[in-house]
Design a protein around this ligand. Structure first.
Ligand SMILES: [Zn+2]
Length: 291
């Protein structure tokens, strides 16, 4: 029994002040999240501390892959695999990393082209953190070339893959990191096409050419999880399960995905994101030449 879970005031899955959530509209929660939500980094520290107190080892996606392949994940072990998708606000990564290094925990940080912050990535890389590529070439190519049918995207796959390999090599050159365990980002275009970005890595030839040994959604690394949860908007804060409860129950192996931007009010970065999204939506609706 950990020392925090029984105290409702310490529960991170509730807002700081309990409100009759049934009466609060989605919009009100959204405004709370965008404008008022204080940083929940203390909750993250508490999550890691709970895991350590319960006997978990907190590892990154690269370690997870290697231990699985080496048959080193036994039923008696408690393992938590921590992944951070840096979709916006790359500088937040440093605060998260500070907590992890203080507690002796590891995590994977996945950066997009739009969040590649050389200073942040160099700091993390020098500290030995697992830093890799959050790729989205399939969605990007579809938007740039106005492809709105899965068949057209499939036809363009060699070009999409070539772009991915080029971008990946360029990142590897700049940061001197292997970046061979990569992670697919999800975009509105992927949802429209019903084609995730990771489809481009479903190709052994591409993997060999690009030097990719794993993608974070591969069955090999996803199926062994007893539970895989991700952070979400308030008021629930978590999707597919509450990690505090799962840790208390001793669920292992446990996978956790977080997006650091969700852990504090983020109107400024969302305003930028929204501007891009509106521009893309207008191009999609009114632009000519989509096929
Ligand atoms: Zn993402």
């Amino acid at each position: 029994m950990n020392k925090h879970a029984s105290d409702p005031a310490n529960r991170p899955d509730a807002p700081p002040v309990r409100r009759p959530s049934c009466r609060i509209s989605r919009l009100a929660w959204r405004l709370y999240e965008e404008l008022l939500q204080p940083s929940r980094l203390d909750d993250y520290r508490r999550l890691l501390q709970n895991a350590l107190d319960a006997g978990y080892e907190v590892i990154d996606n690269e370690q997870w892959l290697h231990r699985l392949r080496a048959g080193q994940i036994g039923p008696q072990q408690k393992v938590l695999v921590m992944r951070h998708d840096i979709d916006t606000d790359p500088r937040l990564s440093l605060d998260w990393h500070r907590i992890e290094s203080e507690l002796g925990c590891r995590a994977s940080y996945y950066f997009r082209q739009s969040t590649r912050d050389a200073e942040v990535m160099h700091i993390l890389a020098k500290a030995g953190v697992h830093v890799s590529y959050h790729f989205e070439e399939l969605a990007e190519y579809a938007k740039q070339n106005r492809l709105r049918s899965p068949a057209a995207v499939q036809e363009a796959m060699p070009e999409i893959q070539a772009q991915f390999v080029e971008n990946l090599h360029e990142l590897r050159r700049e940061f001197g990191l292997p970046m061979n365990v990569v992670c697919s980002h999800g975009d509105w275009m992927n949802r429209y096409l019903k084609m995730p970005n990771r489809v481009l890595t479903h190709d052994d030839g591409l993997r060999a050419r690009a030097g990719i040994i794993s993608e974070t959604y591969d069955d090999e690394v996803m199926m062994p999880f007893a539970a895989y949860v991700s952070d979400d908007d308030p008021p629930t804060y978590w999707a597919r399960g509450n990690p505090f409860e799962l840790i208390q129950q001793g669920t292992s192996p446990l996978g956790i995905l977080t997006h650091p931007k969700l852990w504090r009010s983020h109107w400024s970065s969302n305003a930028r994101e929204l501007t891009v999204r509106i521009r893309e939506a207008l191009q999609f609706k009114f632009g000519k030449g989509w096929k």
